[in-house]
Design a protein around this ligand. Structure first.
Ligand SMILES: *[C@@H]1O[C@H](CO)[C@@H](O)[C@H](O)[C@H]1NC(C)=O
Ligand SMILES: *[C@@H]1O[C@H](CO)[C@@H](O)[C@H](O)[C@H]1NC(C)=O
Ligand SMILES: *[C@@H]1O[C@H](CO)[C@@H](O)[C@H](O)[C@H]1NC(C)=O
Ligand SMILES: *[C@@H]1O[C@H](CO)[C@@H](O)[C@H](O)[C@H]1NC(C)=O
Length: 246
C-alpha cells in the first residue's frame, strides 16, 4: 500500500519536473541588448527581400531605435519572400525610394498588438505610413470571432499568421501577402475634387500635346506663354531676316 503510494508519488514528481523543464525550454531567454529587427527576421528565415528593403531604406535602424525609445511598442507585418514574388512583376521597381519607404511603413504599427488585441482594435488602424483617409493609408483589421485575423487595405487582403516573434514590446507577424496601400496601388482618386485642368470645357492645342502626367497644371500654362514668346521671337527673326534679304 505504502509502496504503491510512494511509486505514484514519484511518478507524479517526475511528471511535474518534466513539465517544468519543458516549460523552461519553451521560452527561450530574450536576446541581450536592444531589439534587432534584422536579426529577428534572419533567424525566422524566408524574409530576405524584406530584410534587403528594410536595410536599403535604413528603416531597420529606425525601427530598432524607435523600439528602444518607445513605451508603446510596435507591431510589424512581415511578408515572406514568396509574398513578394506574388506581386505583379516590376511592382517594386516602379516605386520611387520614398514610395518604397511608405510601403514598408505601411507594414508597421506604432503600438504593440497581441493576437487577441486584434479582436478589439478599431478600424481604420493607423500605420507608420501616415493618414488613414480615403485614398491614403487606411488598414482594416477583419476578425471573425475565432482567432483568425485578416487585413484589408482597400487594394488587397492578407491573412495574419502566428507571431514569428513577440516579447510584449515588439510583435512580428507573418502575413501571406504584401499589404498594398491605396495611396500607392489604388485606383486614381475619384472626382470628388476636380482639378482646374479637367474642369475647363475646351482644351487648348498646347494641352493636347503629351505631357508626363506628373506635372501640375501651371507649367502647361507657363509653357504656353513661353511658346507664344518663342513664336514672337521667331516671327521677329523672320521679319528681321526678310528685311535683310529685301
Ligand atoms: C543586427 O543584426 C544583424 C544581423 O544579425 C547584424 O548584421 C547587425 O549588425 C545588427 N545590428 C546591430 C545594431 O547590432
Ligand atoms: C536605448 O535607450 C537607452 C535609454 O533611453 C539609451 O541609453 C541607449 O543608448 C539606447 N540604445 C540604442 C542602441 O539606441
Ligand atoms: C480571411 O481570409 C481567408 C482567405 O482569404 C478567408 O478564407 C477567411 O474567411 C477570412 N477570414 C475573415 C475573418 O475574414
Ligand atoms: C477582401 O476582403 C473583404 C472582406 O472579407 C472582401 O469584401 C473583399 O472583396 C476582399 N478583397 C480582395 C481584393 O480580395
Amino acid at each position: 500500500m505504502v509502496i504503491k503510494f510512494l511509486s505514484c508519488l514519484s511518478i507524479f514528481i517526475i511528471f511535474l519536473q518534466c513539465t517544468l523543464i519543458s516549460a523552461q525550454q519553451a521560452t527561450p531567454p530574450a536576446p541581450p541588448g536592444p531589439t534587432n529587427i534584422t536579426a529577428i527576421l534572419e533567424k525566422a528565415g524566408q524574409f530576405t527581400i524584406l530584410i534587403r528593403l528594410l536595410k536599403a531604406s535604413q528603416l531597420a535602424d529606425q525601427i530598432d531605435t524607435q523600439l528602444n525609445n518607445s513605451n508603446q511598442g510596435m507591431t510589424i507585418f512581415a511578408p515572406p519572400d514568396n509574398a513578394f514574388s506574388g506581386l505583379q512583376s516590376g511592382t517594386l521597381n516602379s516605386l520611387s525610394d520614398q514610395q518604397k519607404v511608405q510601403l514598408l511603413q505601411f507594414h508597421v504599427l506604432p503600438t504593440f498588438l497581441s493576437m487577441s488585441q486584434f479582436q478589439t482594435v478599431s478600424n481604420p488602424v493607423r500605420t507608420q505610413a501616415g493618414d488613414t483617409g480615403p485614398g491614403e493609408f487606411p488598414l482594416n483589421v477583419i476578425t471573425s470571432g475565432n482567432s483568425q485575423v485578416n487585413i484589408s487595405t482597400g487594394v488587397n487582403n492578407a491573412t495574419v499568421a502566428n507571431a514569428i516573434y513577440t516579447d510584449g514590446q515588439l510583435a512580428v507577424y507573418q502575413v501571406d501577402n504584401v499589404l498594398q496601400p491605396l495611396a500607392l496601388f489604388g485606383a486614381p482618386v475619384p472626382a470628388s475634387a476636380p482639378s482646374p485642368v479637367t474642369s475647363t470645357p475646351k482644351k487648348s492645342p498646347v494641352a493636347d500635346t503629351p505631357t508626363s502626367g506628373n506635372e501640375p497644371a501651371s507649367p502647361d500654362a507657363s509653357g504656353a506663354i513661353l511658346l507664344a514668346i518663342n513664336g514672337l521671337v521667331a516671327t521677329a527673326g523672320i521679319v528681321f531676316l526678310a528685311g535683310i534679304w529685301l
